[in-house]
Design a protein around this ligand. Structure first.
Ligand code: HEM
Length: 517
C-alpha cells in the first residue's frame, strides 16, 4: 500500500514539476510575458468569451512589447506584432514553420485519415493544396457565381419579407443563413436553397461556440488525454456532443452517396457530366506534381496515390464548410455596421454600385470593376480581422526569430489586431475607418506582413477570392435596394464576443428602401 502511495506521489511530483518547468519557460529565458497561473498558464484569460483572445493579446502587447512569451498547459507560444517578423515566419522561413499550432484535440496531422488542408503539414499539406487550388481559380469561381448570386436573390427575398413595415433585423443571422446556403450548394451537393430551414445551421454555429471551449482548453492542459477524448467524441458522439462530429458525419454521408452513385453510373456506362460541386471536383482531382510523401514525423518516404481518398474528400469538404461559413458572415456583418455608422462611405459605395451594376444580373467581370467596394471590404478586415488566431505556426526546425532562439515545437502567434492598428504602418488615423487609404493600391503593404486578414505566404487563406466574390455580390444586391441604417437596438460600439473567432454580439439594423432606385 505504502509503495503504491509513494509511486503515486512520485508521479504527481514529477508531473507537477514538469508543468512548473514549462510554466517558467519564457521567464527562464528572459523573455517577458503574462504568467497566468501554474499549470493553466494564460489559458483562463485566453478562453474568456466575454473578452475575445485577440483583444487580450493586444492588451498584453501594450504591456510586454512586440515580442513576448506565454504558456498554456504544456504549450509554449511566442507572440509577435512586428510586421517584419511576421513576414519572416509566414513567408521567408516557411520551411522552418510549415505546421500550424494545432490543439492536440484536433488529432495528429500526420496520421488522421480525414486530415484537411487547414491541419495538414509538410508534403501531405502540399499535395492537398495542389489538388484543392484549382477549385478556387478564376475559372471555377466564374462558374460558381451563378449559384452565389441565386443565394443573394433568395436572401433579399427574405429581407424584404422580414423588414416589412420597417421592422429592424439582426443581420448576423441573415448573413450566416446566406454563407451556409452558398457553401452547402457549392461544396456539399445541396441541390437548392435551404435558407431559414437548414438543419445544419445550429451545428456550424456551435463549432465556434462556447461549449467547445472546455474541450479545447483540456487539449492544451492535458494533451495526453486528447487522443482518448477524441476517440470518445467520435465513438460516442452523444456523450461529448461535439458539433464538428455531426458535421463530419453528414459530410461523409454526402460524399459516400456521391461516390456510390458514380460507381453505379460507371457500371451502366453513364459518362460523368460537369462537376456539380466541390465533392465532384475533389473526386475528379488529380495532382501531377506530388506523388511521393515524406512523413516528417517518422522521417520516412512513402508512395501516395495522386487521387484523394473518400476520407480526404470528406476532410476537405468539412474544412471548406466550416472555414467558409463563419468568417464570411462575420466580415459582412462588420462591413454593414461600418457602412451604417459612416453614411458618407455608404453613399459613395452606392454611387459606385449604381454606376457599375445597372443590369439586374451582376456579371463576374463587373465584380473586378468595384474598386471602392474592395477598399471597403479590406478596410473592414483591417479593423476587424476575424480569423486572427489562424495566423500562427509551429516551429518544425530550430531557428532564430528576431534574435530569439526558437525550439522545435514552440508556436508563433501573430498579434494581428495590434499590427492592423499600428500607427507606424497605417498612420495617426489607424483606428479610423477610412477605405480611401486603400485607393492608391496595396501591393507595398501586402508584401510586408502588415495586412494579414487572410494570412500570408504559402498557407494564405485558399478561400480568399471566394469570400471577396460572395461579399461583393451580396453587398451590391443589398445596397442597390436599401440603405443600411442603425436603429434603437444597434449596439454602438459593438460588443465583441467569442473564443475561436471574434464576433459582434448582435448587428441590428434597419433596411431603408431606397427611393432613388
Ligand atoms: C472573410 C473571409 C475569410 C477570412 C477573413 C479568412 C481568414 C483566414 C486566415 C487568417 C487563414 C490563415 C492563413 C495563414 O495561416 O496564413 C485562413 C486559412 C484558411 N481558410 Fe480562410 N478566411 C476566409 C474565408 C474562407 C473561405 C470562404 C474558405 C473556404 C471556402 C476558407 C478556407 C480556408 C482554409 C482551407 C484555410 C487553410 C489554408 C492552408 O492552410 O493551406 N476561408 N483563412
Amino acid at each position: 500500500m505504502i509503495t503504491i502511495s509513494l509511486a503515486f506521489l512520485t508521479l504527481f511530483v514529477g508531473v507537477f514539476s514538469y508543468y512548473l518547468w514549462t510554466w517558467t519557460y519564457w521567464k527562464r529565458r528572459g523573455i517577458p510575458g503574462p504568467m497566468g497561473y501554474p499549470i493553466f498558464g494564460s489559458s483562463l484569460e485566453l478562453f474568456d468569451s466575454e473578452n475575445p483572445p485577440p483583444a487580450q493579446l493586444e492588451t498584453w502587447t501594450k504591456k510586454y512589447g512586440k515580442v513576448y512569451g506565454m504558456t498554456q498547459g504544456l504549450s509554449k507560444t511566442l507572440v509577435i506584432s512586428n510586421a517584419d517578423l511576421v513576414q519572416e515566419v509566414l513567408v521567408n522561413q516557411y520551411d522552418n514553420f510549415y505546421g500550424r499550432n494545432l490543439n492536440p484535440i484536433q488529432g495528429n496531422p500526420n496520421q488522421e485519415k480525414r486530415v484537411h488542408l487547414f491541419a495538414a503539414q509538410g508534403h501531405r499539406w502540399k499535395r492537398l493544396r495542389t489538388i484543392s487550388s484549382p477549385t478556387f481559380s478564376n475559372n471555377s469561381l466564374r462558374k460558381l457565381k451563378t449559384t452565389v448570386e441565386d443565394s443573394c436573390v433568395e436572401l433579399l427575398r427574405h429581407m424584404e419579407e422580414q423588414t416589412a413595415g420597417g421592422k429592424p433585423i439582426e443581420l448576423l443571422n441573415f448573413y450566416q443563413e446566406f454563407t451556409l446556403d452558398v457553401i452547402g450548394r457549392i461544396a456539399l451537393g445541396q441541390t437548392d436553397t435551404q435558407m431559414f430551414k437548414n438543419p445544419m445551421l445550429p451545428y456550424v454555429r456551435a463549432v465556434f461556440g462556447e461549449p467547445r471551449k472546455v474541450l479545447f482548453m483540456s487539449g492544451f492542459l492535458v494533451p495526453w488525454i486528447a487522443p482518448i477524448l477524441r476517440k470518445i467524441m467520435f465513438s460516442f458522439p452523444s456523450i461529448l456532443k461535439n458539433p464538428a462530429v455531426h458535421i463530419i458525419r453528414q459530410t461523409a454521408d454526402a460524399v459516400e452517396k456521391r461516390f456510390a452513385q458514380r460507381v453505379a453510373d460507371e457500371r451502366v456506362g453513364i459518362e460523368p457530366g460537369e462537376p456539380q460541386d466541390f465533392i465532384d471536383l475533389f473526386l475528379d482531382a488529380k495532382s501531377d506534381d506530388v506523388d511521393i510523401q515524406r512523413n516528417e514525423e517518422f522521417s520516412k518516404t512513402e508512395k501516395v496515390t495522386k487521387q484523394l481518398t473518400t476520407d480526404e474528400v470528406v476532410g476537405q469538404c468539412f474544412v471548406f464548410l466550416v472555414g467558409g461559413f463563419d468568417t464570411t458572415a462575420l466580415s459582412l456583418s462588420f462591413s454593414s455596421y461600418l457602412l451604417a455608422t459612416h453614411p458618407d462611405v455608404q453613399k459613395k459605395l452606392q454611387e459606385e454600385v449604381d454606376r457599375e451594376c445597372e443590369d439586374p444580373e451582376i456579371t463576374f467581370d463587373k465584380l473586378s470593376k468595384l474598386k471602392y467596394m474592395e477598399c471597403v471590404i479590406k478596410e473592414t478586415l483591417r479593423l476587424y480581422p476575424l480569423a486572427a488566431l489562424a495566423n500562427a505556426r509551429r516551429c518544425m526546425r530550430p531557428t532564430t526569430i528576431g534574435g530569439v532562439e526558437i525550439e522545435k515545437g514552440v508556436d508563433i502567434l501573430c498579434d494581428t489586431w495590434t499590427i492592423h492598428k499600428d500607427p507606424k504602418i497605417w498612420g495617426v488615423d489607424a483606428e479610423e475607418f477610412k477605405p480611401e487609404r486603400w485607393e492608391s493600391g496595396d501591393d507595398h503593404i501586402l508584401s510586408k506582413g502588415s495586412f494579414i486578414s487572410f494570412g500570408l505566404g504559402p498557407r494564405q487563406c485558399i478561400g480568399m477570392r471566394l469570400a471577396y466574390m460572395e461579399e461583393k455580390l451580396l453587398l451590391c444586391h443589398i445596397l442597390r435596394k436599401y440603405t443600411l441604417k442603425t436603429c434603437k437596438k444597434t449596439q454602438i460600439p459593438m460588443k465583441l464576443v467569442g473564443v475561436r473567432t471574434t464576433q459582434p454580439e448582435s448587428v441590428w439594423m434597419n433596411l431603408e428602401p431606397r427611393e432613388d432606385n
